[in-house]
Design a protein around this ligand. Structure first.
Ligand code: MEV
Length: 312
């Protein structure tokens, strides 16, 4: 049996603008993971790989899935990448503790876990860069124009500074910091928010380009703050980023409530994270204030809170 996993992620700064060529920062969230487990099955059956994903009630042979189904796609891509070898019938079992459609990278983490488990089980583990590239192909199904930041941060499992089309830069920092993640409980597929922003950008390019530019500058400033250990400056930068995300129309009343609640309870800054229109918000919090902020978020309606430490 071969087991592999991949973490969740959040975007610290720069979502949406990153799709338009600006820099962004993302960090792994190791408190939630997707796991893929491959076992040889001792039976001769039609089809070669049996896929089980209990959380989405999937229990099918690979050939029964539409080739564009994200799981079928990542399995086919992986097999192709390792030269389509012959293999005995296999069972692929996928489980995940990452909430779906909420900005935490669940689909991406499943793709990476599958690539890792399958290629390793068949004796040809793939390098990180290749794993990321395969997951990127599946991201295109989730939304047509992914920047590549999600597959990069999940694959490298490190904080990254990312510009589309370039190798991600692993962010080195001597000073760890704590984030609280609060879930509005409203699922929000990335594709809906990304398409909404694209349409609005096409209707008013000057407004959107200016917002993307300002967001990109915030991400660059945040990169320097993280590298130089000026963590106290991250909160205000988050608040500025959130104002710009409001301006481009991807916040929501529920996100706003959680963001305001976190700041009132002592967070030094907060913003939505990921595509927006629901999903999760994040807050940068002094370690002494984490309990207070988490309790306040739950009382204000967060269906789940997570605490993660960002370090390299
Ligand atoms: C999604 O995690 C981040 C977005 O910027 C989309 C992308 O970069 O592909 C909204």
């Amino acid at each position: 049996m071969t087991t592999a996993s991949a973490p969740g992620k959040i975007i610290l700064f720069g979502e949406h603008a990153v799709v338009y060529g600006r820099p962004a920062i993302a960090v792994p969230v190791r408190e939630v993971i997707a796991t893929a487990e491959i076992t040889d099955i001792n039976q001769t059956t039609h089809g070669q790989i049996h896929i089980e994903a209990p959380e989405i009630k999937l229990d099918k042979w690979l050939h029964e899935l539409d080739p564009d189904h994200p799981l079928a796609k990542i399995v086919h891509l992986t097999l192709h990448a390792i030269g389509s070898p012959k293999f005995p019938p296999l069972r692929l079992r996928i489980t995940s503790t990452i909430p779906v459609s909420s900005g935490l990278g669940s689909g991406t983490a499943v793709s990476i876990a599958v690539v890792r488990a399958l290629s390793t089980h068949l004796g040809q583990p793939l390098p990180l860069q290749r794993q990321s590239a395969l997951a990127f192909e599946v991201e295109k199904i989730h939304h047509g124009t992914p920047s590549g930041i999600d597959n990069s941060v999940v694959t490298y499992d490190q904080p990254i500074y990312f510009v589309q089309g370039e190798e991600p830069e692993i962010l080195q920092s001597e000073t760890p910091f704590t984030l609280i993640i609060g879930d509005t409980g409203q699922t929000s597929p990335t594709t809906v928010a990304v398409n909404q922003v694209r349409q609005a950008w096409q209707e008013n390019p000057p407004k959107y380009e200016a917002a993307f530019e300002a967001i990109g500058q915030i991400a660059s400033q945040a990169r320097r703050c993280i590298m130089e250990g000026r963590i106290h400056e991250l909160g205000p930068l988050m608040n500025q980023n959130q104002t710009l995300l409001e301006d481009i129309g991807v916040s929501s009343p529920e996100l706003r409530v959680l963001i305001e609640t976190a700041c009132t309870a002592g967070a030094s800054g907060a913003k939505l994270s990921g595509a927006g229109l629901g999903g999760n918000m994040i807050a940068v919090v002094d370690p002494d204030d984490t309990d207070r902020v988490e309790i306040a978020l739950r009382e204000a309606g967060a269906v789940r809170t997570l605490r993660t430490e960002v370090s390299t």
